[in-house]
Design a protein around this ligand. Structure first.
Ligand code: ATP
Ligand code: MG
Ligand code: MG
Ligand code: MG
Length: 476
């Protein structure tokens, strides 16, 4: 008998076919109905034991969490909601599960509890749906860029540069921490270490990505990035995945257009391919919203929000306009913001969310930020104060994309790097792209987990990555 996935059994396999499925018992009811899930879809396959085939020793081993192989005939389902069920001929147990010790029971567990057993939470409906959606989004990312002729470039994970200059680096070292070689003035001597200089885990693949764009015209990276974020927020991880396209012969406008098209594309892809999961998550969110105070409710369902984003253009404003809106907002006047607002601030999540959720009620692209709060590589505008940056802000989250047109003029770039006391020598490889055949170019970084949060409606970024890394949390 052919082994098939439960998704195929439920949707495709004809009534009357004899099949085998393998999976984990979610629930066993009345010594007769086994709900089996193999992770291929949210729904369980109901396997029905015939009374005459009862075997008490076997029945005792069919417990929540046990892994089973079940064979039989697919028959039309008596119950509501499902097309078919399995009339069981044969059950094999792969691995027993002591139900009294098994942390997952057939009921709804809190996300906080599930975070404590992150090694088992894939086996719940919520995390099943989240990780299938995450998978589909990742696949859609590659499809989008592949269709447009972008080359997938793998930028290094260990690097000697700090692209963002934000100082949130994880140092890489082979040094014996208890006994490192020291310089004469007592500091760690990285010259004697593996790479002969200080290195760190990458915070962004952008600088290397630019080198690729200067040869392949259009590239993208999609890989892990690392930042020692010392705050615990619902949208920061120490290890997260970033998608970074970089395009030669491209300005800020093209960059925004691509980012918008990209976001719409991957959302549409998931809406088409993961309907069942999104419906489940939509319902989950609806129930969660009911438990919140009125003022904190978004007032829009998940599917409604995704449909809206796919069908409507994002708002586009400058940073200066954004600050003006905030200064004139009732929230500001009633002192509702925790952080003060003035031209020059790096907007906080509360400000970003005010713009998208309260003011525009749609995603917003903010352009032309003050140069002081942005990285050295962004193209300087003629006003001498701002750079050609763009952030995309999304409801429920805030910033999901950070991008810019890059400074392609060697003299301007060097001038800015000198102002910031950046090591010109060490970044000489980067400056070569400006020395030899420089072109206008632009790109952005989309935080993949923030995108997964947006599409799944999950409030905490720890719940959209399989193995979250946050301060004091690296279990496995
Ligand atoms: P934030 O202002 O939220 O700290 P950022 O401006 O420091 O973000 P960028 O350097 O612009 O972030 O990185 C590009 C994108 O990567 C961000 O728009 C965001 O989607 C994502 N990102 C940045 N830091 C994190 C993090 N610690 N965890 C998860 N995603 C992140
Ligand atoms: Mg940051
Ligand atoms: Mg930011
Ligand atoms: Mg940013």
């Amino acid at each position: 008998q052919k082994r098939i996935k439960i998704k195929d059994a439920l949707v495709l396999a004809p009534v009357g076919s004899f099949i085998t499925v393998m999976g984990w018992v979610r629930n066993f009811r009345s010594n007769r109905f086994i709900d089996i899930n193999d992770g291929s879809c949210n729904a369980n396959l109901q396997a029905v034991l015939e009374f005459e085939k009862e075997d008490p020793a076997l029945l005792r081993r069919i417990t929540t969490g046990a892994s089973v192989k079940v064979s039989g005939e697919l028959v039309a389902s008596q119950g509501k909601g499902q097309r078919v069920e399995l009339k069981v001929d044969h059950v094999d147990i792969f691995g027993d599960s002591d139900a009294s010790a098994y942390p997952l029971q057939p009921k709804r567990h809190s996300l906080e509890f599930l975070r404590e057993i992150a090694h088992l939470r894939f086996r719940t409906n919520t995390f099943g749906a989240v990780f299938r959606v995450r998978h589909a989004l990742a696949f859609a990312v590659h499809q989008f860029y592949n269709e447009r002729g972008f080359l997938y470039l793998h930028t290094p994970i260990i690097t000697a540069s700090d692209a963002e200059g934000a100082g949130e680096l994880f140092r890489v070292t082979t040094l014996d921490a208890a006994n490192p070689p020291l310089t004469e003035d007592g500091r760690v001597d990285f010259k004697q270490d593996f790479f002969g200089k200080p290195t760190n885990l990458t915070v962004s693949g952008q600088l290397e990505g630019e080198l690729g764009a200067m040869a392949f015209s259009e590239i993208y990276t999609f890989g892990p990035t690392f930042r020692a974020e010392n705050s615990n927020t619902a949208r920061h991880l120490a290890e997260f995945w970033m998608i970074e396209p970089e395009m030669a012969f491209c300005d800020l406008e093209d960059n925004m257009n691509l980012a918008e098209e990209f976001i719409r594309y991957i959302i549409s892809y998931v809406m088409k391919h993961n309907e069942e999961d999104l419906q489940f998550l939509d319902k989950r969110l609806e129930e969660e919203e009911k438990t919140k105070p009125e003022a904190e409710r978004s007032g829009m369902g998940l599917l409604e929000k995704l449909n809206f984003v796919v069908d409507n253009p994002f708002e586009r404003i400058t940073y200066t306009q954004a600050i003006d809106i905030l200064l004139q907002s009732p929230a500001y006047k009633k002192k509702k913001f925790k952080f003060d607002v003035s031209w020059g601030i790096d907007m906080q999540s509360e400000h970003e969310r005010y713009l998208v959720e309260k003011h525009f009620k749609r995603p917003v692209i903010v352009t032309n930020y003050p140069k002081e709060i942005k990285a050295f590589y962004m193209r300087q505008n003629d006003d001498g104060k701002t750079v050609a940056a763009m952030d995309i802000l999304a409801p429920g989250i805030g910033e999901i994309v950070g991008g810019s047109q890059r400074e392609e003029r060697l003299d301007k770039l060097v001038e800015r790097m000198e102002e910031l006391h950046l090591p010109l020598e060490e970044l000489s490889w980067y400056l070569d792209t400006r020395r030899f055949g420089t072109v206008p170019h632009a790109g952005f970084g989309l935080g993949f987990e923030r995108m997964v949060q947006f599409v799944t409606g999950m409030g905490n970024i720890r719940d959209v990555i399989a193995f979250p890394r946050t301060p004091n949390n690296c279990e496995f």
